[in-house]
Design a protein around this ligand. Structure first.
Ligand code: MRU
Length: 353
């Protein structure tokens, strides 16, 4: 039996059935399209840490399914005991990667549901709901963001596409929606050293959906902007602080500063699950540092001399003043962000009441 949302995208980083979770191994793309199976929450934690799956919303959904796998195996004496054991799994999953707030958000949402209904079936329903809502949010962001995008070359950094979400994508969802609406668009993808999310994943994804894509070295974006070759930039986010500062893949800050210098719009597309009002500003966002081997090696080949150091901060923070707008599934938010982002939740809560 499959557990899949009804609005599943054509690009499917996550699959789930009664035998466990299946993840498209993003470490192998674009060379091999291979799914790996995970049966325990500990295996899921390791898959997130090792980036079999990556991208803020995708790791949130994966962690939610990890919570179901944990719940399925819990032998509890009482609902209280069940909750205590589930909380332990949640703590473990949350620690897998620190910057993307969607991971902690999804775990907390699963725990809240378990507090109300400490049963596997309810948790399965909640994980599927998180997944389905994410795809729907991406589609709405796409529609809202498509109106903002000019025609021409759109620069993006990292991969904020279907592979990084439940499906369709945030930044790439906006690009897809604009393209589907008939706008003449082509993508310029920063290769995104060291993990090459742009060269490997964004290029693979754009090819799959038939959108023209040109991969550029990270250092080329400024020069292309200065020559008037880029119409707009759109990126995703791992966490947006209450004041609108945006944590995203390392190198995003450089793109944003160069966009402002060259008077090019710099848009961030992210669902509300990426907005963290509890984090006041960018400097409070925990930044993941990854193994320096990712910098020393390109594939299996060492590219630095033995004995030299490497630094590998995986994310940076773009101050809100560089962001032209934040595209969410509720509305497009403009500066002042502390007001706009807060309203996003107030209005949504009001609407839900
Ligand atoms: O290290 P990664 O590949 O998980 O980083 C991903 C990004 O930085 C994405 O831009 C972000 O998570 C948004 S994905 C919709």
């Amino acid at each position: 039996m499959d557990y899949l949302p009804p609005n599943l995208d054509v690009i499917r980083p996550i699959l789930w059935d009664d035998k466990g979770l299946l993840l498209l191994d993003q470490r192998l793309l674009p060379w091999r399209e291979k799914y790996l199976r995970f049966k325990t929450w500990q295996e899921v934690r390791e898959a997130i840490r090792a980036m079999v799956v990556r991208g803020a919303p995708a790791i949130g959904i994966t962690a939610a399914i990890g919570m179901v796998l944990a719940a399925e195996k819990i032998k509890a004496k009482s609902p209280r005991d069940f909750l205590a054991k589930l909380r332990r799994a949640g703590q473990g999953l949350k620690r897998a990667r620190p910057t993307a707030v969607n991971l902690a958000w999804a775990v907390e949402r699963m725990l809240k549901r378990a507090e109300r209904e400490p049963e596997v079936e309810a948790l399965r329903e909640e994980a599927l709901k998180i997944w389905e809502e994410d795809i729907a949010a991406n589609r709405r962001m796409g529609r809202l963001g498509a109106e903002l995008l000019p025609e021409g070359a759109i620069l993006t950094h990292c991969n904020a596409g279907a592979l990084a979400t439940g499906g369709y994508g945030t930044a790439l969802g906006v690009i897809r929606a604009a393209f589907e609406a008939g706008k003449k668009i082509q993508v310029f993808a920063d290769e995104t050293r060291p993990w090459l999310q742009g060269a490997r994943l964004t290029a693979w994804e754009m090819k799959k959906v038939g959108i023209p894509v040109t991969v550029i070295p990270d250092g080329a974006s400024g020069s292309l902007m200065a020559q008037g070759k880029i119409a707009a930039c759109v990126v995703g986010a791992d966490r947006i602080a209450a004041n609108g500062d945006v944590a995203n893949k390392i190198g995003t800050y450089n793109v944003a500063v160069l966009a402002k210098e060259n008077e090019i719009p710099f848009y961030v597309a992210a669902p509300r699950s990426t907005v963290d009002l509890a984090t006041k500003e960018g400097k409070d966002i925990p930044i993941e540092w990854r193994d320096e081997k990712e910098v020393h090696f390109c594939g299996n080949k060492r590219i630095t001399p033995k004995g030299v150091a490497a630094a590998n901060p995986a994310f940076d923070v773009t101050p809100a003043r560089y962001v032209s707008a934040i595209i969410t599934e509720v509305k497009v938010v403009f500066s002042p962000y502390e007001v706009g982002l807060r309203k996003l939740f107030e209005e949504a809560n009001h609407g839900a009441a």
